[in-house]
Structure formats: structure tokens, C-alpha cells
Design a protein around this ligand. Structure first.
Ligand code: GRF
Length: 189
């Protein structure tokens, strides 16, 4: 089974996924693609000898990314900190085969603008006693795809958006690779 990871930033989740599947016989990370030529995730991919591909929003919307994924015979697309809206043609090409991780407990703190540190600032501002991660399938309505996994972590008054982000990253790194493996195992390809 061939996985492609789409990421726009640092790629700490991508790294954990590449690490996990390096020793897994179930699947391999065949491509790391980014809309940012300078994204650190591309450096991480090189370290794991995973081919990389960069594209612009225009190219993605023109179908160039979908073409590349088909060329590489990708079976699953993993969004790990990918900040662009996926074109509907792309979601349709991977029905129930595109997974996203959201750094909060959807349906709360979802939707437009809730990415990066904004989501942790909103959680802090609301005085939430917990936050967490949501791993969900991506469909045309984005954050509304079927939720496949959630994990939560307690917060207290001393938490800041930075400390919340650190707690959330720990959950992501611990669970995302395993949840992906579980999804692959459940489905045929
Ligand atoms: C993660 O918090 C993820 O939930 C969100 O973007 C962040 C990506 O972090 N979608 P990284 O690039 O994997 O370090």
C-alpha cells in the first residue's frame, strides 16, 4: 500500500509516520508533497529517502497534484498539517482514502481559520478544561468527514497556547501513525 503525505509546514507528524512505516510491511510512504518549497517537512523526507514533490495552489487546483498522485500509484493520502483546501476532484479520487488530523476535539474548534496556533488560542480563551486531536476522513466538506479517532488531554489555568500545542503534538505523534495503520488494515487497499 503506497501512502502520500501532504504537509505545509514543519512536518513533525510526517516524520513520525515515515518512521513508523519504515519498519512496517503493511504500507510505505512513497511521497511527501508540499505547497511550500521551503517547508521543513521536505528536509525530513530527504532524511528518510522519501521522494518529494512541491506544487503551488494554482497547480493543485489545475490537477497537477492529482496527476502526480496517480502517476505514483498512491493508495492513501495523509494530510499532516496541510493548510490548503483540498480540491473536490482530489477528495473524489480518494473516497474514504484521505485522512486528516485536526489539533482539537471536532466538531468544536473546526472549520476555516482554525489552524496553526489559532486553534490553541481559541481553546485557551474559552477556558477549556481539555483539548485533544481528531483524526478524520476527508470528504468534500473537509472537517466533516467521518471521525475515526479522538484523544484528549487535560488543561489547566497555567496552560498557554504554546503549552497546549506541545500537549497536542504529543497526542498526535503517539496516535496518528497507529490510527493510519489501523485504517489500512481495516480496508482492502
Ligand atoms: C499539527 O498540529 C496538526 O494537527 C495540524 O498542523 C500541525 C502540523 O504540525 N493540522 P507538524 O507540521 O506535523 O509538526
Amino acid at each position: 500500500i503506497r501512502l502520500a503525505i501532504l504537509a505545509s509546514g514543519s512536518g513533525s507528524n510526517a516524520e513520525k509516520i515515515m518512521e513508523h512505516f519504515q519498519t512496517s510491511s503493511k504500507a510505505e510512504v512513497a511521497l511527501v508533497a508540499s505547497n511550500k518549497a521551503e517547508a521543513f517537512v521536505l528536509e525530513r523526507a530527504k532524511k528518510f529517502n522519501v521522494p518529494t514533490f512541491t506544487f503551488s495552489r494554482k497547480e493543485m487546483d489545475a490537477g497537477i497534484l492529482l496527476e502526480k498522485l496517480k502517476e505514483e500509484k498512491i493508495d492513501w493520502v495523509i494530510l499532516a498539517g496541510f493548510l490548503l483546501k483540498i480540491p473536490v476532484e482530489l477528495t473524489r479520487a480518494f473516497p474514504d482514502r484521505m485522512v486528516n488530523i485536526h489539533p482539537a476535539l471536532l466538531p468544536k474548534y473546526g472549520g476555516k481559520g482554525m489552524y496553526g496556533s489559532h486553534v490553541h488560542e481559541a481553546v485557551k480563551a474559552a477556558g477549556e478544561k481539555e483539548t485533544g486531536i481528531t483524526i478524520h476522513l476527508v470528504n468534500e466538506n473537509y472537517d466533516e468527514g467521518r471521525i475515526v479517532f479522538q484523544a484528549s488531554v487535560a488543561l489547566d489555568d497555567l496552560d498557554t497556547p504554546e503549552s497546549i500545542a506541545a500537549k497536542v503534538h504529543m497526542l498526535e505523534h503517539r496516535h496518528f501513525p497507529l490510527v493510519i495503520e489501523e485504517l489500512l488494515t481495516q480496508s482492502s487497499t
